[in-house]
Ligand binder design. Sequence first.
Ligand SMILES: Cc1cc2nc3c(=O)[nH]c(=O)nc-3n(C[C@H](O)[C@H](O)[C@H](O)COP(=O)(O)OP(=O)(O)OC[C@H]3O[C@@H](n4cnc5c(N)ncnc54)[C@H](O)[C@@H]3O)c2cc1C
Length: 507
Amino acid sequence: MNYDAIVIGAGNGGLISALRLQKMGKKVLLLDAFNMPGGVATSFVRGRFEFEVSLHELCQYGTKENKGTVKKLFEQLGVDDKIEMVPLNETFHVLTLDDKLEYTFPIGINEFTTKMEEYVPKCRESIEKLFKLCEECEEALKYLEEHKEIDEKELKEKYPNFLVVSSYSVDKVFKALKIPKKAQEILASYWVYLGSPMSELSFVHYMMMVYSYIKNQPAIPRGRSHEISLVLLEEFEKLGGNYKFLSPVTEIIVSDNKAKGVVVNNEQKYYAKVVISNISPNVTYGKLIKQSELPKRAKQLVNARTLGARGVCVYLGLNKSVEELGLKNYSYFIYHTLNSDKEFERMKHLKGDNLVGVVLNNALNDASSKGTTILYLTSLMFSDVFDEVVTKENYFDLKNALAENMIEIFEQATGKNIRDAIEEIEIATPLTFAHYTNHPDGVIYGYMAKKLDNLLPRMMNMQNEDYIKGLFFAGGFGPRLSGYSSTYLSGDMAAKKALNYLKEEEK
Ligand SMILES: Cc1cc2nc3c(=O)[nH]c(=O)nc-3n(C[C@H](O)[C@H](O)[C@H](O)COP(=O)(O)OP(=O)(O)OC[C@H]3O[C@@H](n4cnc5c(N)ncnc54)[C@H](O)[C@@H]3O)c2cc1C
């Protein structure tokens, strides 16, 4: 059967690509190896609890009055009014184990600045300068997205500071703005969400996320991320899109350096002018394309990039209310210190002693039945240390020991007793994520962002990474890097590239 486009993988990126192309009148086939849509954007049920697999907070969503890019995208695709989003009322709550620091920040630029001044007297001026710079960067990025041909003179005149900082790391710009060290460290609390320390992360990439959380108010869907994934799939189907689950793609058919279709389950062939891959280039190039058809540059690219964070997640259903447990906040970032470089090094080891804890009921008070609480603990690792030590024999002991430690660390940092209230517990390891996503080493954050191989250079260079005609990438391994907003936007970007390609082919 012939299609205009085949999308491999119904994760965030794949779902958006498929829906955009179908909405533009193309004939699309969406394939996924698993039995439901969303990839990690889904939920699961244990006993009387429905657990979110991955989403802590969606940035770039915003409100009716102050729309973020993801809300605008959902509106364009006709799905926004079908999803019930609940805004979050705090940015972050950070705790340190070594020196027992604790900070909580509200939403809103002014409110955030005032709170920072309370914690770090005399920092107001530098924080105001920082947010002014963020505003300019946000506008410059909008300009870059809206203009295919960039007028360098105009860009320089309108956004001079953006051009200066666009290739700098976060810590360099923080220092240049003379932000006091303590405030710099507090501002770094979110680094773990992008999976690289402040010295490696691009200022623009990191601060656009933080600025968006503070200014646009993050949100979560009432029905977990599964609600978004289902709505996207339903809209795709309503527009006539075809999808097949339990359909692993085992080969991408390539000849004369052009993608021509796919093979499912080593049997069924489907043909299309365009193939969009929502899975990693490691698997796409390494396993799905005949090596004789693979350009050398594609192999080099895969080898040049470093895999991002792996994670261990503990999903807890507790038989006490948040009030009984004494848990007042939604997100708890727990580190040993606020020095991201030190923490990054520590997280190359298998300890599970750096955490993000999320108390779902503090955003959705009816997330579970009355008198109960849902708590997620996530610990990231920045090396393949899990793979190095895990064996068939020690797997269960290893994951139980990591979970034990994560619960203990959460209790130690918050001073609350969790253990006695555990009714349900589920543990996911890099093996679990590898099983469900097919990503190498069970990586959950795509490729690591590093110095010059960061968001902006990847976006500006992305046309040069289209090594096979008609094959495009969407999702966490794509040029926009990982995260919910990034993967939704990357799905849209891949679809738009595919539409341009189809137009050229039709000429
Ligand atoms: C625990 C955790 C917490 C997170 N927290 C946040 C957060 O708070 N905020 C945030 O913004 N981001 C967060 N993220 C990151 C975010 O969830 C991901 O970046 C994003 O969901 C990845 O989307 P994707 O499009 O890359 O698809 P993926 O979810 O990676 O899905 C890929 C899909 O491809 C399918 N597939 C694989 N191989 C094949 C094949 N051969 N044939 C057919 N189908 C195939 C898989 O079945 C899967 O459905 C978190 C991630 C995790 C795991």
